[in-house]
Design a protein around this ligand. Structure first.
Ligand SMILES: [Zn+2]
Length: 346
């Protein structure tokens, strides 16, 4: 869908929707938005950038940097070796396009230490990454959901070298991934809660739980189940799909079987289902919307649904990378100040 048709459809779709009320405006929270997204071209110490998202290819870059706060336990954290700092989530772009998009961010494939795959559909695992020779740097870890292991073998993914997961795992760079499997087509898709070693140390030192830490990454999820909501509750950054507008899906020229596949609970999340999931998950800082359908969705319409929300928001696209979204440590709970009382002298 091009911008012209999106402009035409917006008034119609806005009227149709009578969207559920977004969170009330909170000026103080909105004022924090600039803290969590970086100016174009700038990469934060640690954060995520969606290189592309949509049915023509999905790939996100996660950068794990050094400490940026000079107090507390992070002062001694030096971060992983440079060659392990870049993590890719999904390989849905061809190797050459991935290279170009990374290059535009000042990064290269040589820095990829780990790859996490949500599932192996073509838009998440491009055939260019399969074959006799690996195009990833030597020692790069590739993680695949266990139920996709046989398929990965038959595809010769990364020259047949990968790890299959069905529970919590850690990359060499100390990134902890808590996967949960979701219904999506035949093989399902994994969603992740990802936390940096630095975040965990920060929270441990302050006796904080996992609330307010990490990145939730959920795409191609069929339905946002209660288990998913619990799994991603209170993450710092939530990247989640907002695939289609039900009205535009309904009036599209797509065959009925395809509409049923997408909307039937084992396909994709609609804009409203995504909105409901965000309200239930209550991310701390930032929401990144993934996998918008070009045919059955419209970024302007999606933006209007989140109007007034108390989280910052980035809408990813197929054609260019998003800005970097900074992963900041959780705020330390303020201590209660007890007033001291001094008895007046008699
Ligand atoms: Zn997909």
């Amino acid at each position: 869908m091009d911008d012209h048709s999106a402009q035409t459809l917006l008034p119609l779709a806005t009227e149709i929707f009578a969207a559920p009320s977004a969170q009330p405006r909170r000026a103080a929270r909105r004022a924090q938005r600039d803290l969590f997204s970086t100016p174009a071209g700038e990469r934060p110490d640690s954060g995520i950038c969606v290189l592309a998202s949509g049915s023509a290819g999905n790939c996100s870059a996660l950068w794990i940097g050094e400490a940026e706060h000079e107090d507390g336990p992070t002062a001694t954290w030096s971060g992983p070796p440079v060659r392990e700092r870049l993590v890719l989530i999904d390989l849905g772009l061809s190797p050459s396009v991935t290279r170009k998009r990374l290059h535009a961010q000042g990064l290269s494939l040589d820095l990829v230490g780990s790859v996490l795959l949500t599932h192996l559909d073509r838009d998440h695992c491009h055939e260019g990454w399969c074959g006799e020779h690996s195009l990833l740097p030597p020692g790069c870890e590739v993680f695949v959901p266990k139920r996709s292991r046989d398929r990965a073998k038959s595809m010769n993914l990364n020259a047949g070298v990968f790890h299959a997961f069905d529970s919590r795992f850690r990359t060499r760079a100390g990134l902890e991934a808590l996967p949960i499997m979701l219904s999506h087509d035949q093989h399902g898709a994994a969603a992740f809660r990802l936390t940096l070693a630095r975040e965990r140390a920060w929270a441990r030192a302050r006796n904080l739980g996992s609330a307010g830490t990490g990145i939730g990454y959920a795409t191609d999820l069929g339905r946002a189940t209660p288990e998913l909501v619990e799994h991603l509750k209170h993450v710092a950054i939530l990247a989640i799909e907002s695939n289609y507008c039900p009205t535009l899906q309904d009036v599209s020229d797509r065959p009925d079987f395809l509409k049923r596949r997408i909307t039937g609970g084992r396909g994709h999340l609609s804009n409203h289902e995504c909105l409901d999931a965000i309200h239930a998950i209550e991310p701390r800082d930032h929401v990144v919307l993934l996998h918008l359908s070009r045919e059955c969705n419209c970024p302007l319409l999606v933006a209007s649904l989140h109007e007034g929300a108390d989280y910052a928001m980035t809408i990813s696209t197929q054609d260019e990378a998003t800005r970097w979204v900074r992963l900041a440590p959780p705020p330390v709970p303020s201590t209660i100040i007890t007033p001291t009382f001094t008895a007046p002298a008699c």
